[in-house]
Design a protein around this ligand. Structure first.
Ligand SMILES: Nc1ncnc2c1ncn2[C@@H]1O[C@H](COP(=O)(O)OP(=O)(O)O)[C@@H](O)[C@H]1O
Ligand SMILES: Nc1ccn([C@@H]2O[C@H](COP(=O)(O)OP(=O)(O)O)[C@@H](O)[C@H]2O)c(=O)n1
Ligand SMILES: [Mg+2]
Length: 216
C-alpha cells in the first residue's frame, strides 16, 4: 500500500510517497546496498546515521546531544530522529525514499507512524553474521568515532535487543524481506534486486541521490 504524504491539502491532491526501510546490524552493508538500489531503481537514499552526523557537524546543541549518544552506540530519541528524517524528505523533490538505518527500535516505529502517518511499502533486512560485520566495520576507515571495537560491541547489543523486536513487528505484518548479507557485495545485490523487481514499477529510472548522502 502506498503511503500518502501530508500536505497539498489545498489542492486536495495527495502526493503518493513510496517508502522502503533498510535495516540490518552495523556493518551488514546497508549503505553499500542502498547506493546501488538508489542507482538502479530511482529511489532517494536517506541514511539516518548521515542525517544525525550532519546535525553533529552543524554544531547545534541537539548535535552535541546526538554525538554523546552515538559515541555510546546508543539510540537517539525518536522524536529527534524522525524530525530530521521528515525535514530531509520535505526538502527532497522525490516520491520514492530508501530510508537506511531506520527503524532501530519500536519507539522509532511508533514515532514515525504517529508523526508522518506513513507506513513503509516493505522493510529490507540485511542478515549478516556478527563476526563478518565486525570484520567489515574494523576495516571501514571512514573515520567514524563509533567504529571502535568497544562501541561496535555496544551497537551489536542494541541491534539484538532493540532493533530485532522492531523487525518482528514488520514480519507480523507480512512486510519483511530478508536477504543473506554475508555474501559478496554483488551477490547480495542480486538478491536485493530480485526483491525490488517484485514491485509494480520495475522501470529503471535515473538515480535521485539525496545531496545529503553524497557528503560522506
Ligand atoms: N557484502 C559485503 N562484503 C564485504 N564487505 C562489504 C559488503 N558490504 C559492505 N561491505 C563493506 O563493509 C563496510 C560496511 O558497509 P556499510 O555499507 O557501511 O554497512 P552499514 O551501513 O550496514 O554499516 C564498508 O567498508 C563496506 O565497503
Ligand atoms: N534510527 C537511528 C539510526 C542511527 N542512530 C544512531 O546513529 C548511529 C550510526 O548509525 P548508522 O546507520 O550510520 O550506522 P551503521 O549501521 O551504518 O554503521 C547508530 O549507532 C545510532 O547511535 C540512531 O540513534 N537511530
Ligand atoms: Mg551505514
Amino acid at each position: 500500500m502506498d503511503s500518502h504524504k501530508e500536505g497539498d491539502r489545498g489542492s486536495g491532491k495527495q502526493k503518493k510517497v513510496k517508502i522502503v526501510f533498510v535495516i540490518g546490524g552495523p556493518g551488514s552493508g546497508k549503505g553499500t546496498q542502498c547506493k546501488r538500489i538508489a542507482q538502479q531503481f530511482g529511489y532517494t537514499h536517506l541514511s539516518v546515521g548521515e542525517l544525525l552526523r550532519q546535525e553533529i557537524n552543524s554544531g547545534s546543541e541537539t548535535g552535541s546531544m546526538i554525538q554523546k549518544i552515538m559515541k555510546e552506540g546508543k539510540l537517539v530519541p525518536s522524536d529527534v530522529t524522525v524530525r530530521l528524517l521528515q525535514q530531509a524528505m520535505q526538502e527532497m523533490d522525490s516520491d520514492k525514499f530508501l530510508i537506511d538505518g531506520f527503524p532501530r527500535n519500536e519507539e522509532n516505529v511508533q514515532t514515525f507512524e504517529n508523526l508522518t502517518k506513513m507506513e513503509p511499502e516493505f522493510v529490507l533486512l540485511l542478515d549478516c553474521p556478527q563476526d563478518e560485520m565486525e570484520r567489515r566495520l574494523l576495516s571501514r576507515n571512514e573515520g567514524r568515532e563509533d567504529d571502535n571495537i568497544e562501541t561496535i560491541r555496544k551497537r551489536f547489543k542494541v541491534f539484538m535487543e532493540s532493533t530485532l523486536p522492531a523487525v518482528e513487528y514488520y514480519e507480523s505484518k507480512g512486510k519483511l524481506r530478508k536477504v543473506d548479507a554475508g555474501k559478496s557485495i554483488d551477490e547480495v545485490f542480486e538478491s536485493v534486486k530480485a526483491i525490488f523487481s517484485q514491485g509494480k514499477d520495475n522501470k529503471v529510472r535515473p538515480s535521485r541521490h539525496c545531496c545529503k548522502c553524497l557528503i560522506l
